[in-house]
Design a protein around this ligand. Structure first.
Ligand code: SER
Length: 314
């Protein structure tokens, strides 16, 4: 059975749906600290659990035959700055409890990392897998520490742990919350609804992004790859597209010509964005497990608008 911790989040919801479609509803145990909708509850097994509660997590491992764990609970970059303690607990301590449990109840683990592990000291373009990483955010700090913890358990106890440094994820089912890359998703909703968006990032800020379907496909591809092909070890850079705030606005104006963009730059989020790369190098993911995104910028825009229009007409 597969355990998805953080199943109600931006990645968790679509990952759970995808896994249930291919393996059957009963094969995937969804768990989250939040309360699901009745609709979600009806779709398959769910347990309410706090990822920092080691005893509650152990109860799940005792009760269910778990052979894969997706550890997805996380506070994202800008919210994390407001709640450092909760960030350390969720992004790192919960992971530590989970890895300790996996020593006892062996299973394959996925942990999402982020472009936020890089910093102003890292190369901005073609950022390699291994380079100077000195994040100045609590988000980047906990995620880099999480990566190292995963590598430690992998080397020390031969545990099968896999991780991807995800860029901003663009999706339409669940809006990301508390991130620096969230503006991209917000802009889609604004284009459709209010026809005006006030950006907290400057017009020329460019960041790495990936469309949700590709992100999920990538995670599953990595999890299904034979361990012997993963020469690099545990963590992989991944990207699909790069665009600036102004470029996304221009693309949306092709569909909504009166869509306006205003600015009220948030110094915190701007500083975070400035410290992240514009385009990371994901060659190892491409070579070792066949990462090959299917959505480029224009495909992503078209597909997002298609889904959002469908949601409006339901
Ligand atoms: N989407 C994340 C954030 O903006 C980065 O991985 O915080």
């Amino acid at each position: 059975m597969i355990l998805v911790l953080g199943a109600l989040g931006q990645l968790g919801l679509e990952l759970t749906q995808n896994l249930r479609q291919s393996l059957g509803a009963q094969a995937v145990l969804a768990a989250d600290i939040r309360t699901p909708s009745d609709h979600f509850l009806a779709e398959g097994p769910f347990e309410r659990v706090d990822c920092c509660d080691a005893a509650a997590l152990e109860a799940l491992f005792r009760q269910y035959p778990i052979d894969q764990l997706y550890y997805l609970p996380a506070l994202l970059s800008s919210k994390a700055e407001k709640f450092p303690k909760q960030t350390v607990e969720t992004n790192f301590i919960g992971l530590f409890h989970s890895l300790e449990l996996v020593r006892k109840y062996p299973c394959r683990v996925f942990y999402p990392s982020t472009i936020g592990v890089f910093s102003a000291d890292s190369p901005t373009l073609d950022t390699p897998q291994n380079c100077m990483m000195r994040p100045k955010t609590i988000y980047g700090t906990t995620k880099l520490a999480g990566e190292l913890l995963c590598e430690y358990y992998h080397h020390k106890y031969s545990m099968d742990i896999r991780s991807i440094r995800l860029p901003g994820v663009i999706s339409h089912q669940v809006c990301p919350q508390g991130g620096t890359t969230d503006y991209a998703v917000e802009m889609f909703y604004a284009a459709q609804n209010t026809k005006v968006y006030t950006s907290y990032l400057e017009a020329d800020t460019t960041l790495d992004m990936v469309y949700i379907d590709d992100a999920i496909r990538g995670i599953l591809q990595l999890m299904q790859t034979d361990r012997c092909c993963l020469h690099s070890g545990v963590v992989y850079n991944l990207t699909a597209m790069q665009f600036s705030v102004a470029e996304l606005h221009a693309a949306l104006r092709e569909y909504y010509p009166d869509f306006e963009l205003c600015f009220e730059v948030d110094p915190l989020r701007q500083q975070i964005a400035n410290s992240w790369p514009e385009r990371i190098n994901d060659l190892w993911a491409r070579e070792e497990w066949g990462w090959n995104p299917q959505y480029q910028f224009k495909d992503m825009v078209r597909t997002m608008l298609f889904h959002l229009q469908k949601q409006t007409h339901v």
